[in-house]
Design a protein around this ligand. Sequence first.
Ligand code: DX5
Ligand code: ZN
Length: 224
Amino acid sequence: MIELALSILSADFARLGDEVRAACEGGGSVIHVDIMDGHFVPNLTIGPPVVKSLRKVTQLPLDCHLMIENPDEFIPAFAEAGADWISVHQEACRHLNRTLHLIKSHDCLAGVVINPATPVEALFEVLDLVDYVLVMSVNPGFGGQKFIPSAVHKIRRLAQIRAQRALRYRIEVDGGIALDTVAEVVQAGAEIMVAGNAVFGNGDPKKNAEALLKAATEAALLKV
Ligand code: DX5
Ligand code: ZN
């Protein structure tokens, strides 16, 4: 199933509820929330209070992408604020297995994320533990960056490994997803497309979300 995860990073934070509602009318089915700490990535964003407010305006899953250095310290607070999915970076976790179990112990879906410079092989020992793998197709920290094409072979590899090992994780991709890049990631095997700038950057978020989801779904139909 192809899903569009709306990254609120590019939305107007003063009108967050309205922006999220509009994009959901366009077919967005997951709300992707980018949490940045100014250490793991060179930017600062939001914390649990905003997640709690979002929880009140949508029933859709809140997908919290933690780009922070000490995720174990904050996972309980995000779960309590209403996160449904929580993902952590392989590069940020000293004890990745423990952190993934911590997420699951809070009844959230557990995801692991890899930066553009991290190979899929770094995840080998945790692929049977995770509900989803998030492949970064930009270096994390900012919305509106250019898609890095090496994400495509990583998505393909993750789909192959999943089939070979009969695993169940879903594959999500994040960064630079727009009308000109969505087809190739879908055809490589991505199922959850994160999009920020392409939805909230210019024009009507509802129409933008509709067009992107349509392009993704058409690419999935062409997949053999
Ligand atoms: C980048 C974030 C992304 C970002 C995607 O660090 O993890 O979720 O908001 O934004 P676009 O779609 O604009 O590349
Ligand atoms: Zn993200």
